[in-house]
Design a binder for this molecule. Sequence first.
Ligand code: OAD
Length: 238
Amino acid sequence: MSLEQAREWLQAAGSVVALTGAGISAESGIPTFRGDGGLWQNYRAEDLATPQAFARDPRLVWEWYNWRREIIAQAKPNPGHAALVRLEIAKPRFTLVTQNVDGLHDLAGSGRVLKLHGDIWRMRCTQCGSNWPDRRVPLPKLPPHCACGGLARPGVVWFGEALPEGMMQEAEHAVREAEVFLVVGTSAVVYPAASLIPLARQSGARVVEINVEATPYSEIAHCSLQGPAGEILPQLIP
Ligand code: OAD
């Protein structure tokens, strides 16, 4: 199916959901997790992105997050992020669901973002549970602490943890109503986020995938567009 066809579906739709992954920020200079140069080629998720890893060595985990915060702090949204802002403005019903913790959708100007995996610019106290924004780069002291004296952790979701309460249900609700579902720059192997793709298909949405390579869901997408999100999305959403 062609890009022109996908553009027509989008133009006709009143209700659209977009699910984004690390690939949408790749052109902003933020490394993805899988594939060439992906973070999980050089680091083990078990050592850095699990509650067990944090319990074992909070300083090591924080050093890794501090390094990622430094990279992300230098990144700017790209034309892919900007296209999704245009789409939000144009559509009566639009929901942006992201697996990214980088905050680039916010910086681009997206109004409401369901951040399934949290936000690297927030912290949470492991003792009193409070959470707060912190954009300091680099962090002055590792590991950081809460005002109550408790150890702070990154405000992200780690492997084996539940997603923020109610967020997946909200995403699923939007997907069930969607006429077009865009899947952008995700390898679609991490659940439950990836389950939104078959749900969209079952619920009758046109599924349009944008990725530089094929994914497990390319086959079930109505339209699979291969190329960088920063180039394809502006063509899809002029
Ligand atoms: P991945 O790194 O798994 O996948 C990135 C996808 O983006 C791949 O399918 C690439 O082919 C594609 N890609 C790369 N550059 C692109 C570009 N310029 N335009 C379009 N696509 C491009 O990232 P995610 O699918 O987001 O979770 O990973 C999901 C989760 O796994 C992350 O949120 C993170 C990770 O471990 C946690 O840490 C819990």
